[in-house]
Design a protein around this ligand. Sequence first.
Ligand code: CTP
Length: 132
Amino acid sequence: MKTIITFGTYDVFHVGHLNLLQRAAALGDRLFVGVSTDELNFSKKQRYPIYNQNDRMKIINGLRYVNLCFEEESLDLKRHYIDLYKADVLVMGDDWKGKFDEFSDICEVVYLDRTPSVSTTQLIEVISSSDQ
Ligand code: CTP
């Protein structure tokens, strides 16, 4: 049984998120997804996500590619989560390329190409500017 693990915020869920999760799931038998908490996002970006963590987790949990979804409470706990869930492969988008190589002592680390031209930040900008 090959377990894949990945992490993200998945705010304002879009097709880039779906593509990433679909391709991550295809690398193994089951996919576990750490969804960052609202507080973690606030501490990182000084703003809360548009969708709260319960809704973001509900969306991720509802996907056929995802077997388990858990709260990522701190960026410093990745090693702990990889161990806890006995993950064989850590998958991240290539915006993180090289940043998680330190975990290659306990799992394989794979960076997947991002889907071009879509991001949550860009969507928020487009939606808020069309409001005015
Ligand atoms: N992702 C992707 N392609 C995109 C956008 C995101 O493959 N166009 C991937 C990221 O690389 C990450 C996961 O989806 O592995 C969750 O990304 P997240 O940071 O939550 O979403 P973004 O849209 O990148 O958000 P932001 O614009 O706020 O950075």
